[in-house]
Write a protein that binds this ligand. Structure first.
Ligand code: HEC
Length: 709
């Protein structure tokens, strides 16, 4: 009796599940980057469920056709509006597809649009706006913001200058020679597009990260908020008096959320430039490293919270704030959740900025670099617990093999480690979680019914090593060029010019590969994700090329004077992952995780490793997790979908338990946040497979999955 009753009830569950999956959903869009204006990365769709997800099949694949071997990426979260999918290719072209079939409706190529022929960087998504019959797509490629007719892909000539706006204009300072572009789509509030930028964070001159609202119709700037305040503006006294004329950074590069009902815009900002030495910007440095909340209509300051005072670690806020509603002390509260590279989630009342769980300012160590003054305290939340380990201690050293363990231990003992907020040093300081999180730009997903926030994390240690720049006057061109290299190139290409063996090429033997003019061109105009160095004068470039080509001193050298130099005394040996001799992370696994955090209780509900490495699985080490880029989405149907891993897989997890229910191989790594939508009675899940990160191949595909008919 008993067992048949169990059988009966479980078969009822099955019938109910089948019933749910045969019910055709109404059309549901994925209207913006992050799914909605609050970046909840969630969908009410429930056709695909834990019971049927294993039968997902490829519904269509779209090829952009412009991937570049090993170097290009796609970081785009596609949007779907009125059954049309809009996204970008590795070469930053924008396209529209029939979302049911993947058939292309139009393609727009910004490199043929006249204004700028060499858009740099990546594109993380596009913006849809409509008013009556008028529909526009707004998007950025490199330093330009474009407006297109959403129905035809035709440029709108009355927008900006001939259809686009130069983002380097209207920042209140001449930044024409500096790096300033936009990778991440802005957000719509009424007829405004509120947009941040990506700017340089190196030791050289950098553009300020001011926030601007552009008129969607004309491209005109309607308001600007100075993230490095001008005289008379609040926060001005947290910098040296002339900082507003010379300090850059404090930019919002990772995604912007809007609470349209309250008329509030939520902006996460990055660190001030230079990332790792702030002796020329002493002070707390508002509004760097802030969740900045502005009146969306006017750009007026409403409230802010600063996560790192006087940042020296590149602790940019890496992800869009998530607008959530939680149950706190028994009542529903509209809140905003901010994830951090350090592996924390901070929760605030959306209107007042009041933290929902206590945050404690803790004393942190001083800096011993010349001219630097660390801020004495830094804030961390008491709850929820961090979703990534916080200290790389000897107990955490890799156990993959005795040889790896010993090699890592030797390096670890020679570096500064053991807690958060150890200042940069010339011996080397362990950054853990690393420069790429903790949390990253893929964002977090929020499930309103359960109050769970899903966030993927990296648990990769990196080592930050400062070196003194040789500011002595030099007579030989190559020696002058070495200094130009230290100040501009070393952070990526490294002290030995060997790159990182992944995305950043080895240029130590560049003279065997490229002629001098080609190298000069790359320095001037940039390439892919390498910035342009328009700020270097002709003499500096000539000196730099002399250094790269190993020129011997010559009598001609004296023709170029030794240029006036920035007063920055330090540079770094680059962004270096702390790896064992075999190239695996120096820390014990997991190296990548997926986490569910209960925002009602302030507790971690579950954590699972995300991804694995086939060669380690063969050695009996499955489920190590891998470094990962691109975020999760959550559905009412009960699933969390995420790509992101180095093993180039796309996976679905049970949103309640974290159990992996489905995985499939992508044509290249899915280093982007997926989207889900329904059209014609069918739910689809789509992800960009652009690869090109972590040493994996590049790809040009968007792959959409659906249940078989
Ligand atoms: C932010 C990181 C970064 C910085 C800073 C940077 N580069 Fe690059 N560089 C790259 C990347 C990434 C590529 C590969 C670009 C591509 O092909 O998409 C590259 C490519 C190059 C190439 C072409 C290499 C080849 O094999 O084709 C040269 C030459 C070069 N960089 C020189 C420099 C010099 C000189 C500087 C300093 C003025 C510099 N880079 C600064 C990241 C950087």
């Amino acid at each position: 009796m008993r067992s048949s009753r169990v059988f009966l009830s479980s078969s009822i569950v099955t019938i109910a599940a089948l019933g749910a999956c045969s019910r055709a959903p109404a059309d549901v869009d994925w209207v913006s980057h992050g799914g909605d204006s609050g970046h909840t990365q969630s969908s009410p769709l429930e056709q695909i469920t834990p019971a049927n997800v294993a039968s997902l099949k490829v519904a269509w694949t779209y090829h952009g056709g412009d991937a570049r071997p090993d170097r290009s990426q796609i970081q785009c979260n596609p949007i779907v509006v009125h059954g049309v999918l809009y996204a970008s290719t590795p070469g930053l072209k924008v396209f529209a597809l029939d979302a049911a079939t993947g058939t292309q409706k139009w393609l727009f190529d910004p490199s043929k649009a006249g204004a700028e022929n060499n858009p740099l960087g990546v594109n993380r998504g596009v913006v849809f706006w409509e008013d009556g019959a008028e529909q526009r797509i707004l998007f950025t490629a490199g330093q330009r913001l474009y407006a297109l007719d959403a129905k035809t892909g035709a440029s709108i000539p009355t927008f900006g200058t001939g259809g686009s706006v130069d983002l380097k204009e209207g920042l209140g300072r001449d930044v024409s020679n500096l790096y300033a572009l936009s990778n991440t789509p802005g957000t719509i509030y009424k007829d405004l597009l509120i947009l941040g930028t990506r700017v340089s964070e190196g030791p050289g001159p950098a553009a300020p990260g001011h926030i601007r609202a552009f008129d969607v119709r004309t491209g005109k700037i309607r308001w600007i908020f100075h993230t490095v305040p001008w005289p008379g503006e609040p926060g001005y006294d947290t910098w040296p008096q002339d900082a507003y004329t010379r300090i850059g950074g404090a930019n919002a590069w990772s995604g912007i959320s809007v609470d349209a009902a309250r008329g509030l815009v939520f902006l996460p900002t990055g660190s001030a430039a230079f990332d790792f030495w702030g002796g020329n910007r002493l002070g707390a440095n508002l509004y760097a490293n802030c969740l900045l909340v502005l009146d969306a209509a006017t750009g007026k300051h409403v409230w802010h919270y600063q996560f790192v005072h006087h940042d020296m670690w590149d602790r940019d806020l890496p992800a869009a704030p998530v607008l959530v509603t939680v149950t706190h002390d028994g009542t529903p509260v509209d809140a905003v959740a901010q994830t951090t590279k350090s592996g924390h989630v901070f929760l605030f009342n959306r209107e007042t900025g009041q933290p929902l769980f206590p945050i404690t300012e803790r004393p942190v160590p001083p800096s011993d670099l010349k001219g630097e003054q660390a801020w004495p305290t830094q804030p961390l939340p008491d709850k929820p617990a961090p979703f990534a380990r916080q200290a790389f201690t000897e107990a955490e050293v890799t156990d993959l093999s005795q040889a790896s363990h010993d090699a890592v231990l030797t390096t670890l003992r020679a570096t500064r480690t053991g807690r958060q907020f150890i200042p940069p040093s010339t011996e080397g300081t362990v950054i853990f979680p690393g420069f790429d999180g903790g949390a990253e730009w893929g964002g977090a997903a929020f499930d309103r019914p359960s109050g769970l926030l899903y966030v993927n994390a990296n648990e990769m240690p990196w080592i930050l090593t400062m070196i003194e720049v040789d500011h002595a006057r030099q007579t030989s061109a190559a020696a002058r060029g070495h200094r130009v290299y230290q100040l501009n190139c070393i952070v990526c290409h490294g002290p030995e010019r060997k790159g990182d063996g992944r995305q950043i090429p080895n240029i130590s033997e560049i003279k065997k590969k490229l002629p001098r003019p080609a190298v000069d061109q790359i320095i001037q105009h940039g390439k892919g994700v390498m910035p342009a160095f328009g700020l270097l004068g002709g003499n500096e470039r000539a000196d730099l090329v002399a250094y790269l080509f190993g020129d011997a001193p010559s009598p001609d050298d004296a023709k170029n004077p030794d240029e006036a130099l920035p007063t920055i005394p330090y540079t770094t040996t680059g962004y270096n992952r702390f790896l064992d001799p075999d190239g695996y992370p120096a820390v014990k696994p997991p190296w990548g995780t997926l986490n569910a955090i209960d925002l009602n209780k302030g507790e971690i509900a579950w954590t699972v490793p995300l991804g694995e490495l086939p060669e380690l699985v063969k050695r009996g080490r499955p489920r190590t997790g891998t470094e990962n880029y691109g975020g999760p989405i959550v559905t009412a149907g009960g699933l969390v979908f995420i790509g992101a891993t180095k093993d180039e897989k796309f996976r679905a997890f049970d949103k309640r338990t974290g159990q992996m229910l489905w995985e499939t191989s992508l044509p290249a790594g899915g280093y982007a946040t997926p989207a889900t939508y329904a059209v014609g009675g069918k739910q689809y899940v789509v992800i960009a497979a652009g690869g090109g990160k972590m040493g994996t191949k590049s790809g040009d595909a968007y792959v959409a999955y659906a249940l078989p008919n």
